[in-house]
Design a protein around this ligand. Structure first.
Ligand code: PRP
Ligand code: URA
Length: 215
Protein backbone atom coordinates (compact mmCIF):
# COMPACT_ATOMS: atom_id res chain seq x y z
CA UNK A 1 0.00 0.00 0.00
CA UNK A 2 0.97 3.65 -0.33
CA UNK A 3 2.71 4.49 2.94
CA UNK A 4 2.60 8.15 1.95
CA UNK A 5 -1.14 8.21 2.66
CA UNK A 6 -0.66 7.17 6.28
CA UNK A 7 0.11 9.32 9.29
CA UNK A 8 3.60 7.95 9.82
CA UNK A 9 4.18 10.08 12.87
CA UNK A 10 1.78 7.83 14.77
CA UNK A 11 2.48 4.50 13.07
CA UNK A 12 5.79 2.72 13.20
CA UNK A 13 5.95 -0.28 10.87
CA UNK A 14 8.69 -2.52 12.20
CA UNK A 15 11.50 -2.79 9.68
CA UNK A 16 13.48 -5.86 10.73
CA UNK A 17 14.35 -9.01 8.74
CA UNK A 18 13.38 -11.29 11.63
CA UNK A 19 9.99 -9.57 11.92
CA UNK A 20 9.39 -10.10 8.18
CA UNK A 21 10.40 -13.75 8.43
CA UNK A 22 8.11 -14.42 11.41
CA UNK A 23 5.20 -12.51 9.89
CA UNK A 24 5.31 -14.47 6.65
CA UNK A 25 5.17 -17.74 8.57
CA UNK A 26 2.16 -16.41 10.51
CA UNK A 27 0.43 -15.54 7.24
CA UNK A 28 0.98 -19.05 5.87
CA UNK A 29 -2.35 -20.89 6.14
CA UNK A 30 -0.55 -24.22 6.70
CA UNK A 31 1.07 -23.02 9.97
CA UNK A 32 -0.57 -25.04 12.76
CA UNK A 33 -1.70 -23.43 16.06
CA UNK A 34 1.26 -24.71 18.13
CA UNK A 35 3.74 -23.08 15.74
CA UNK A 36 1.50 -20.03 15.35
CA UNK A 37 1.69 -19.41 19.11
CA UNK A 38 5.50 -19.64 19.14
CA UNK A 39 5.82 -17.31 16.17
CA UNK A 40 3.45 -14.80 17.77
CA UNK A 41 5.56 -14.75 20.92
CA UNK A 42 8.80 -14.21 18.98
CA UNK A 43 7.33 -11.48 16.82
CA UNK A 44 5.89 -9.71 19.86
CA UNK A 45 9.38 -9.69 21.38
CA UNK A 46 10.69 -7.82 18.33
CA UNK A 47 7.71 -5.44 18.40
CA UNK A 48 8.10 -4.69 22.11
CA UNK A 49 11.82 -3.99 21.80
CA UNK A 50 10.99 -1.35 19.21
CA UNK A 51 7.98 -0.01 21.12
CA UNK A 52 10.07 0.50 24.28
CA UNK A 53 13.13 2.00 22.59
CA UNK A 54 12.54 5.34 24.32
CA UNK A 55 11.49 3.91 27.68
CA UNK A 56 12.56 6.18 30.54
CA UNK A 57 15.60 5.08 32.54
CA UNK A 58 17.48 6.47 35.52
CA UNK A 59 21.12 6.10 36.57
CA UNK A 60 21.95 3.38 39.10
CA UNK A 61 25.28 2.47 40.63
CA UNK A 62 26.28 -1.15 41.33
CA UNK A 63 29.42 -2.93 42.51
CA UNK A 64 30.83 -5.33 39.94
CA UNK A 65 33.17 -7.98 41.41
CA UNK A 66 35.98 -5.52 40.58
CA UNK A 67 34.74 -1.96 41.07
CA UNK A 68 31.81 0.40 41.21
CA UNK A 69 30.06 1.34 37.96
CA UNK A 70 26.98 3.27 36.90
CA UNK A 71 24.43 2.15 34.36
CA UNK A 72 20.75 2.77 33.78
CA UNK A 73 17.63 0.92 34.86
CA UNK A 74 13.97 1.24 33.89
CA UNK A 75 12.40 4.18 35.66
CA UNK A 76 8.64 3.79 35.18
CA UNK A 77 6.15 0.99 35.78
CA UNK A 78 4.93 -0.79 32.66
CA UNK A 79 1.38 -2.04 32.13
CA UNK A 80 0.33 -4.50 29.43
CA UNK A 81 -3.33 -4.82 28.48
CA UNK A 82 -4.06 -7.67 26.06
CA UNK A 83 -7.42 -7.53 24.33
CA UNK A 84 -9.07 -10.94 24.69
CA UNK A 85 -8.82 -13.34 23.06
CA UNK A 86 -6.11 -12.82 20.48
CA UNK A 87 -4.05 -10.33 22.51
CA UNK A 88 -3.32 -13.15 24.97
CA UNK A 89 -0.94 -14.61 22.39
CA UNK A 90 1.24 -11.53 22.77
CA UNK A 91 1.30 -11.44 26.56
CA UNK A 92 3.98 -14.06 27.35
CA UNK A 93 6.61 -12.15 25.40
CA UNK A 94 5.90 -8.97 27.37
CA UNK A 95 5.95 -10.77 30.72
CA UNK A 96 9.30 -12.38 29.89
CA UNK A 97 10.88 -9.10 28.75
CA UNK A 98 9.43 -7.06 31.63
CA UNK A 99 8.89 -9.40 34.61
CA UNK A 100 7.68 -6.52 36.79
CA UNK A 101 4.85 -5.74 34.36
CA UNK A 102 1.34 -5.13 35.68
CA UNK A 103 -1.23 -6.89 33.52
CA UNK A 104 -4.78 -5.77 32.85
CA UNK A 105 -7.36 -7.49 30.68
CA UNK A 106 -10.05 -6.21 28.33
CA UNK A 107 -12.50 -8.59 26.72
CA UNK A 108 -13.88 -7.24 23.44
CA UNK A 109 -15.77 -9.03 20.72
CA UNK A 110 -16.68 -7.82 17.24
CA UNK A 111 -20.26 -8.33 16.14
CA UNK A 112 -20.04 -10.45 12.98
CA UNK A 113 -22.63 -8.37 11.12
CA UNK A 114 -21.98 -4.79 12.25
CA UNK A 115 -18.25 -5.20 13.15
CA UNK A 116 -18.97 -3.07 16.24
CA UNK A 117 -17.04 -4.15 19.36
CA UNK A 118 -18.71 -4.85 22.68
CA UNK A 119 -16.83 -5.11 25.97
CA UNK A 120 -17.58 -8.25 28.00
CA UNK A 121 -14.76 -8.08 30.55
CA UNK A 122 -12.50 -5.45 32.09
CA UNK A 123 -9.92 -5.79 34.85
CA UNK A 124 -7.33 -3.03 34.90
CA UNK A 125 -4.51 -2.29 37.36
CA UNK A 126 -3.29 1.16 38.43
CA UNK A 127 -2.38 3.01 35.21
CA UNK A 128 -1.76 6.66 36.04
CA UNK A 129 1.92 6.22 37.04
CA UNK A 130 2.81 3.82 34.22
CA UNK A 131 3.30 3.47 30.50
CA UNK A 132 0.51 1.35 29.08
CA UNK A 133 0.85 -1.02 26.11
CA UNK A 134 -2.40 -2.28 24.60
CA UNK A 135 -1.84 -5.60 22.80
CA UNK A 136 -4.05 -6.77 19.94
CA UNK A 137 -2.55 -8.52 16.93
CA UNK A 138 -5.24 -7.35 14.48
CA UNK A 139 -6.09 -3.71 13.85
CA UNK A 140 -8.86 -4.08 11.27
CA UNK A 141 -11.72 -1.53 11.39
CA UNK A 142 -10.05 -0.13 14.50
CA UNK A 143 -13.25 -0.39 16.51
CA UNK A 144 -11.85 -2.80 19.11
CA UNK A 145 -8.59 -0.93 19.55
CA UNK A 146 -10.32 2.44 19.78
CA UNK A 147 -12.73 1.14 22.45
CA UNK A 148 -9.83 -0.43 24.37
CA UNK A 149 -7.82 2.78 24.27
CA UNK A 150 -10.88 4.69 25.50
CA UNK A 151 -11.23 2.24 28.41
CA UNK A 152 -7.60 2.50 29.52
CA UNK A 153 -7.71 6.30 29.28
CA UNK A 154 -10.91 6.44 31.35
CA UNK A 155 -9.15 4.23 33.91
CA UNK A 156 -6.35 6.81 34.19
CA UNK A 157 -3.71 5.80 31.65
CA UNK A 158 -1.37 8.58 30.55
CA UNK A 159 1.08 7.53 27.85
CA UNK A 160 -0.42 4.69 25.83
CA UNK A 161 1.06 2.65 22.98
CA UNK A 162 -0.82 0.26 20.68
CA UNK A 163 1.07 -2.86 19.61
CA UNK A 164 -0.34 -4.91 16.74
CA UNK A 165 0.89 -7.56 14.33
CA UNK A 166 -1.09 -6.60 11.22
CA UNK A 167 -2.85 -3.27 10.65
CA UNK A 168 -5.28 -2.15 7.97
CA UNK A 169 -5.22 1.46 6.74
CA UNK A 170 -8.86 1.83 7.80
CA UNK A 171 -8.01 0.93 11.40
CA UNK A 172 -4.97 3.18 11.48
CA UNK A 173 -7.15 6.08 10.30
CA UNK A 174 -9.72 5.43 13.04
CA UNK A 175 -7.03 5.47 15.73
CA UNK A 176 -5.43 8.55 14.24
CA UNK A 177 -8.82 10.31 14.46
CA UNK A 178 -9.96 8.95 17.84
CA UNK A 179 -6.59 8.77 19.65
CA UNK A 180 -4.03 10.98 17.93
CA UNK A 181 -1.83 10.84 21.04
CA UNK A 182 -1.37 7.04 20.82
CA UNK A 183 1.58 5.60 18.93
CA UNK A 184 1.05 2.39 16.96
CA UNK A 185 3.77 -0.22 16.50
CA UNK A 186 2.92 -2.86 13.93
CA UNK A 187 4.71 -5.54 11.95
CA UNK A 188 2.68 -4.85 8.79
CA UNK A 189 0.52 -2.22 7.17
CA UNK A 190 -1.67 -4.29 4.89
CA UNK A 191 -3.62 -3.29 1.80
CA UNK A 192 -7.28 -3.01 2.82
CA UNK A 193 -10.25 -4.62 4.52
CA UNK A 194 -12.48 -7.18 2.82
CA UNK A 195 -16.27 -6.74 2.73
CA UNK A 196 -16.47 -8.82 5.88
CA UNK A 197 -13.84 -6.60 7.55
CA UNK A 198 -10.98 -9.09 7.34
CA UNK A 199 -7.54 -7.67 6.66
CA UNK A 200 -6.15 -8.35 3.16
CA UNK A 201 -3.81 -10.07 2.64
CA UNK A 202 -3.83 -10.49 6.43
CA UNK A 203 -3.53 -13.85 8.10
CA UNK A 204 -7.16 -14.81 8.78
CA UNK A 205 -8.83 -14.89 12.17
CA UNK A 206 -5.98 -14.51 14.61
CA UNK A 207 -7.88 -15.81 17.65
CA UNK A 208 -9.05 -18.92 15.81
CA UNK A 209 -5.55 -19.68 14.49
CA UNK A 210 -3.97 -19.08 17.91
CA UNK A 211 -6.42 -21.23 19.84
CA UNK A 212 -7.19 -23.91 17.22
CA UNK A 213 -10.85 -22.92 16.89
CA UNK A 214 -11.00 -22.48 13.13
CA UNK A 215 -14.40 -23.57 11.81
C1 PRP B 1 -10.42 -9.71 16.51
C2 PRP B 1 -9.03 -9.19 16.85
C3 PRP B 1 -9.33 -7.80 17.30
C4 PRP B 1 -10.49 -7.41 16.46
C5 PRP B 1 -10.01 -6.48 15.37
O1 PRP B 1 -11.08 -10.12 17.64
O2 PRP B 1 -8.36 -9.95 17.81
O3 PRP B 1 -9.65 -7.69 18.67
O4 PRP B 1 -11.03 -8.60 15.86
O5 PRP B 1 -11.07 -6.03 14.59
P1 PRP B 1 -11.53 -4.52 14.54
O6 PRP B 1 -10.30 -3.69 14.38
O7 PRP B 1 -12.42 -4.48 13.33
O8 PRP B 1 -12.29 -4.19 15.79
P2 PRP B 1 -12.55 -10.78 17.62
O9 PRP B 1 -13.58 -9.73 17.88
O10 PRP B 1 -12.72 -11.60 16.38
O11 PRP B 1 -12.54 -11.68 18.91
P3 PRP B 1 -11.56 -12.88 19.34
O12 PRP B 1 -10.27 -12.26 19.79
O13 PRP B 1 -12.28 -13.53 20.44
O14 PRP B 1 -11.34 -13.79 18.17
N1 URA C 1 -9.76 -9.97 13.25
C1 URA C 1 -8.96 -10.97 12.82
O1 URA C 1 -8.63 -11.88 13.60
N2 URA C 1 -8.53 -10.95 11.54
C2 URA C 1 -8.88 -9.99 10.67
O2 URA C 1 -8.44 -10.02 9.52
C3 URA C 1 -9.72 -8.95 11.13
C4 URA C 1 -10.13 -8.96 12.42
Amino acid sequence: MDLGSLPLVAVTPIDHPLAEHLLLALRDRTTPPAVFRTLTKRLTTVLMLEATRDYPTRPRTVETPLEETTGRSLAQPLVAVPILRAGLGMLDAVVELFPAVRVGYLGLERDEATFQPSEYYAKLPRLDDARTFVLDPMLATGGSASAALQSVKEAGAGEVTMVSVVSAPEGVKVLEDDHPDVRIFTAALDRELSESAYILPGLGDFGDRLFGTEP
